[in-house]
Design a protein around this ligand. Structure first.
Ligand SMILES: *[C@@H]1O[C@H](CO)[C@@H](O)[C@H](O)[C@H]1NC(C)=O
Length: 89
């Protein structure tokens, strides 16, 4: 087998592993994050596009951005939304 063939076999594997890393859920500590879970009706409206301004999810909890960024991993949909909008980097 040519070295390049080995490389082309390995690359998808490496890419798959990197993708898995990306799918690690964000932070979620149930104790301080109950407000984020509680306010699901509020931020899900933003996730569903009823509210165009994505940063409005920060208005859903008293702790705002700091609290949301500590807790978005509590919900897999919220997690994807925050990560894809790069809202907590
Ligand atoms: C989006 O909402 C945030 C928080 O309420 C506000 O500060 C910002 O000005 C809004 N941006 C737009 C484009 O409306």
């Amino acid at each position: 087998m040519q070295p390049t063939a080995v490389l082309s076999l390995l690359l998808p594997l490496v890419a798959a592993l990197a993708a898995r890393q990306d799918q690690q859920p964000g932070p979620c500590d149930p104790e301080p994050c109950y407000e984020v879970i509680d306010s699901a009706a509020c931020w899900s409206a933003v996730l569903m596009g009823q509210e165009k301004n994505a940063t409005k999810i920060f208005d859903c909890v008293p702790g705002g951005e700091e609290e949301m960024c500590r807790c978005y991993g509590c919900d897999s949909i919220l997690d994807k939304f925050v990560v894809s909008h790069e809202m907590c980097s």
